[in-house]
Structure formats: structure tokens, C-alpha cells
Design a protein around this ligand. Sequence first.
Ligand code: OGA
Ligand code: MN
Length: 295
Amino acid sequence: MGIEINQIGSTFAAEVTGIDLLRRLTNDEVSAIEAGMDNYATLVFHDQAFDDDQQIEFSRNFGEIELAEGAHVRTEAQRRLKLELADVGNLDLDGKVFDRGDRRRMFNLGNQLWHSDSSFRPTPAKYSLLSARAIPTAGGNTEFADMRAAYDALDDETKAELEDLICEHSLIYSRGQLGFSEFSEEEKKIFTPVRQCLVRSHPVTGRKSLYLASHIGTIIGRPMPEARALIRDLTEHATKPEFVYSHKWKVGDLVMWDNRQTLHRARPFKDTKEVRDMRRTTIAGDGPTAAQIAA
Ligand code: OGA
Ligand code: MN
């Protein structure tokens, strides 16, 4: 049986069956997945028992892997996984669950705010691929929101107002929303805000989408409170249930999403002692969405 793609969300997101991602894929299979990504923006695969190298190899089919540098507060010595993998789980180097107040845990809690991966980098991410290695017994879903449908639902006046706006994104802003404000001088430098367009067009389908994220701290040319109020309103609009697909994880699931067309967020789980081991590979985007100011 060949590859099959069936929509599962109301406006986007699809489940893919009939394919084993651990083997080397044919060009046709890669093209089918890419076409699925263009169409549905989020794809769900089940029973893909990746190890890290297999996940990296599969990811390379879709472009260059963005290295997990400069994106969190783990030091070099605290890194549990290869540089090609972003560690979004809750395990220490020795496989122990983080204590409640661990700085790395608190920093990762920022993933519970709606965001688009690496929008705080000058060249933000194209795809993310998240593999579930261990999951808690209850809770811990990941939610996705369709930024094309959210854009389409805006009135023409709002679309015109947003068309040319440029936002500043930084991890300092998203973590700041949760009261996480102690950054070293080095971290402050790494997390210098970058500029991104607020409205993007998909390079293949041409569909426009809202490019939102909790990483946004201001809009160029607007007072910060006005910018933040607008971003809050837009995010509230864009994440209404009609635009959201909620993924309940099973071990072996791989979910792949297009960061140019979707937002996502982790949901909490009650028992903070349970293991949630989730590993992400990230495909770099083609380039910046807006001109940066010289440092
Ligand atoms: C990510 C992310 C959410 C989750 O991997 O980029 O935001 O539910 N993950 O772990
Ligand atoms: Mn993320």
C-alpha cells in the first residue's frame, strides 16, 4: 500500500499512513510529503521508532538542519543530545527528570506559549519534526494553529493595516512573559531581537499567513504597548478553536509542521515527575523575512 494523506484538522493538519520513515525514501515519497506540507502545513505519522541518527537522516530530505545552538540556557556541558537535535523534553544529562525549579525546565516552559520555532533567528525555521520518545500518562498535548486560515478570516481593512508591518522577536520577550528575566550578559547578546514580517506568503502555494509568536516584543514604528496589544489581539483571533488541531501523543509519533504557516504550543501535564522525552529536528528557512539592522 502506498502513501496516503488524510486531513484531520478542520482547516489543516493531516495524518500520513503507508510509509516507513526509517528507510531511505524515494524522491517520489519525499515529494509527496513536501506536497502534503504545502497543503496541510502539519503532518502526523505514527509508529516511527526513530533513534537520533535516523531522525536526522530523515530530516535531511527536506533541507539543511538548523543546529540547536543559542536557543536555550543549557551550557555545552549540559547538552544531552547532538547539536542537530533540540531537546524539548524534561531530562537531565543522567536521564533524571528536572526539578520543578530547574532553570532549564523553567526556560522550556516558554514552549507553552504560542510560537513559531526560531522566529528569534535572522533566518527562521522552515519545518520542525518532533519525535515522541517518552510521554506522560496524561496531558502534554501539542496544539497547532493554522495561520493561513487565521489570515484569510481577517477583514480587508485589517489585512491592509498589517501588510507591511515588521516585528521584533527575541527569546527575552517570550521568556519575559512568564516572568523569566534573569539572563547573563552573554545570553542577552545571543538573544538580541531580530526583525520579521508580520504577514508572509508561502513560496509554493502563495497563500498568505500571519507570522505571530510569543517571541514578538514590539512592532517597528509603534509604541511597545500598542504593538503588544495588537499582537495579543491577533494571537487571540488566530488561535480560536476553529483554527486549532490538538495532538495527543503516542510514543513513536512524529509530527512535522511548517513554521511559516502555523503556530504551536506545548500543553502542561500534572505530574511533573513523569518523563516527557521529545526530540526535535529543525529545517532552516531560505533566508530572513525582513532586513535586519546592522549590529
Ligand atoms: C517544539 C515545541 C512543543 C511540545 O518542539 O518546538 O514547541 O509539546 N514543542 O513539546
Ligand atoms: Mn516550538
